[in-house]
Design a binder for this molecule. Sequence first.
Ligand code: A3P
Length: 321
Amino acid sequence: EQDNEDEFQKSFKEMISTLPKGNSWGLPDHLYQYQGFWLTPPFLQGVMLAQQQFEAQPTDIILCSAPRTGTAWLKSLTFATITRTSFDDSTTPLLFKMPHDVVPFMELDHAHFSANRHLGIPLLATHAPYSFLPTSIIDSGCKIIYICRDPKDTFVSMYHLFTRYAKSQNTQPIELDEAFELFCEGVSWYGPYWDHVLGYWNARLEHPDKFMFLKYEEMNEDIVLYLKKLAEFMGCPFSSEEQQKGVPEKIVKMCSFENLSNLEVNKSGKHREGQGNLGIENKIYFRKGKVEDWKNYLTPKMATRLDEITQQKLSSSGLSL
Ligand code: A3P
């Protein structure tokens, strides 16, 4: 097994050295362009390992998203919903573990996923573009939930995450203008952002019953409604008794930005501690949780430019963002 691993590492390093290299917004690891998308080596390697090793089962539920589009929120909502008969809002692991630690991440933790699956929590998250998903995810017919967000808020959120992350790594963060250019050109984590969204949007047409496509903004408008839809889609709808008791509302409250961001674990804990460059303070993940916060950072000219790219990229898709 060690030999296989060494062999994989060696060929991965060789392969990476042939790929186009991109500015990673001031972080130590460069971005590399592989099959149309920009990833840093640990994440690309994780995707490729998962492609080789991950065996999805029909009962698995894969939470997919580009970074900064509401992944942690989706993880906490689906986790709390699936585990609601084992825990309530005074015992849920979300009180002492951050959302990224209750749902494993395919690129880095898929090997631990089987333990959760045995416990009846078949949730696995990934930022991989649709075209990078292990074939077993498509072939097994498991369910896929995708969340996306207005590109302007996604960019602003990403910019803040990576400048705070760069500071914690003692590297020089880049300026907003420079990051904006890169984002527009598609050079961002798992970018181009629009191609990521379109990959899932188009795939959903082929497998409509296996797909749920969510927008951060729509969820914000009526989260209880969307939570009920999520529960139904996952095969564990809220009974009328649960609805009378206000269970969906309690889960929504538990998973709200206000509640999660004020929990001690999310204020002072650390994610992936001891994993080198991947270590990050939990609080960096929780910023404002608002719709249209871009208005505080982007000039009207920048906003128009992003809107134009969005319109152009999505023009024939029937999707608006
Ligand atoms: P902002 O930076 O705009 O505040 P991801 O989890 O995919 O990295 O997405 C991060 C974005 O979701 C951040 O947006 C973060 O603050 C916001 N967020 C985190 N937890 C949330 C929650 N419980 N409800 C709504 N938004 C949340």
